[in-house]
Design a protein around this ligand. Structure first.
Ligand SMILES: NC(=O)c1ccc[n+]([C@@H]2O[C@H](COP(=O)([O-])OP(=O)(O)OC[C@H]3O[C@@H](n4cnc5c(N)ncnc54)[C@H](O)[C@@H]3O)[C@@H](O)[C@H]2O)c1
Length: 389
């Protein structure tokens, strides 16, 4: 039986997918797989049996990726599994930025004891009047899992949508509604859009990208939404934009002391992915990816090894799966070892990703496969070898 350890509470929608060949173990040191959400793993010693860590979520800064690679442990995450949850909150934010919803609710609470509240409300409501989003222009910066869903949903709500993403993946581009206008420059988004929402990762070239210059190029009264990372926006520039009225509202999912001090900022406590469904989706995706790797060697959404789609091992064959350094010499030596051990290779795949690589050989002689795997295990640059039947 394959043992799986859950370092955090993982939605049962995920763990229920584990077949009878698996058991949940309280002991991380004997497990072949670890499921984790946010538990810190940097100081953890990993057991010899450990083959995979699956993070139910996107961020992996709680996991020592490089050490895992060197120990032949494949780390998975679940990109996009929470995209719908974030998209829905962004739609909510568009409305919060357009109508006096928050002030209106506050007014109702403040006047809860008024027996004539219905009549007073008719008078008070003009202070909370807003505008409709239909027909307005929305700029979406970053058209990945979340940005593409937001763009498509905004089209359905009658908005005129401009999308900017110079690195958009083919898959994401296919998912985009063709009505999304392709902006080739960020300045086009800034100049044209009444609402702008940003959905890019925090990287050296995106941190602070919404700075004074960017804000100066935006339309007066623009509503800016940030449900990605607080560091994408320069706080001083945004605070100045808000107090001058250049930015009509800043709606964000990141409650930092600087943002809390900004006028006209609507701040949520990082609720983007906080839905039951997102947790279920992440758990199911994490478990499926881990099972596929343990059973066939297939790698989908790993953050430290290359992707590799493999079918089941053919009956009577053995699959030698080699996690290794991305070094042609190691690849050459592996091929020689297989040859020396008399392995007849029926099928092979070799994929690379930055410093790491993955070589898979399907061989007909299972005894030769075992011998080759044993001969390969101790070589420098070979992180883990296993034989899958
Ligand atoms: N608020 C939350 O709770 C929450 C939840 C999930 C994700 N997020 C954040 O949302 C971000 C986006 O998530 P996703 O799942 O859509 O990621 P993703 O990787 O699917 O998409 C990111 C997109 O940004 C694009 N991009 C990168 N650099 C760019 C640049 N300089 N200009 C324009 N586009 C650029 C990429 O090409 C990609 O298409 C994440 O990085 C994360 O920080 C927040």
């Amino acid at each position: 039986m394959r043992l799986i350890h859950c370092l955090n509470n993982i939605s049962s929608q995920g763990t229920d997918l584990l077949s009878d060949a698996y058991g949940l173990s309280e002991d991380a040191t004997t497990a072949e797989g670890i499921l984790v959400r946010s538990a810190a793993m940097h100081d953890m010693e990993f057991g010899e049996n450990l083959l995979a860590i699956a993070r139910a979520g996107a961020g992996v800064n709680n996991i020592p990726l490089e050490r895992c690679a060197q120990e032949g442990i494949v780390v998975f995450n679940t990109p996009g599994a929470n995209a719908n949850a974030v998209k829905e909150l962004v739609l909510c934010a568009l409305l919060l930025g357009s109508r006096g919803i928050i002030d209106g609710i506050a007014w109702c609470k403040d006047n809860a004891a008024d027996e004539n509240i219905a009549k007073s409300a008719e008078k008070a409501k003009k202070a909370f009047a807003g505008r409709e989003i239909a027909g307005k222009r929305l700029g979406v910066i970053g058209l990945g899992a979340i940005g593409a869903l937001v763009a498509n949903a905004a089209i359905d709500l009658g908005m005129d949508v401009y999308g900017y993403d110079p690195y958009v993946s083919v898959g994401a581009a296919w998912r985009l509604n063709p009505a999304v206008h392709h902006a080739c420059e960020l300045t086009e988004i800034f100049a044209e859009c009444d609402y702008i929402t940003i959905h890019v990762p925090a990287l050296p070239n995106t941190i602070g990208m919404i700075n004074e210059d960017a804000i100066n190029h935006m339309k007066d009264g623009v509503v800016f939404l940030n449900f990605s990372r607080d560091t994408l926006v320069d706080n001083n520039a945004m605070a100045t934009g808000l107090s001058s009225g250049k930015v009509g509202a800043y709606i964000t999912d990141f409650a930092t002391p600087e943002i809390m001090r900004m006028e006209h900022a609507i701040v949520l406590p990082h609720l983007g992915a906080s839905t039951e469904e997102a947790e279920d989706n992440c758990a199911m995706m994490a478990v499926r990816q881990m099972m596929a790797y343990l059973e066939t060697g297939s790698i989908t959404n790993s953050v430290n090894f290359p992707a590799c789609q493999l079918g089941p091992v053919a009956s009577g064959c053995a699959r030698i799966a080699v996690l290794r350094a991305n070094d042609p010499e190691v690849l050459g030596r592996a091929a020689l070892v297989l040859q020396d051990q008399g392995c007849v290779i029926e099928n092979s795949v070799d994929v690379t990703r930055k410093d790491t690589a993955y070589s898979v050989y399907d061989v007909a002689d299972t005894a030769a496969a075992d011998q080759a795997a044993a001969a390969l295990s101790d070589w420098d640059g070979i992180y883990k070898v296993r034989v899958i039947r």
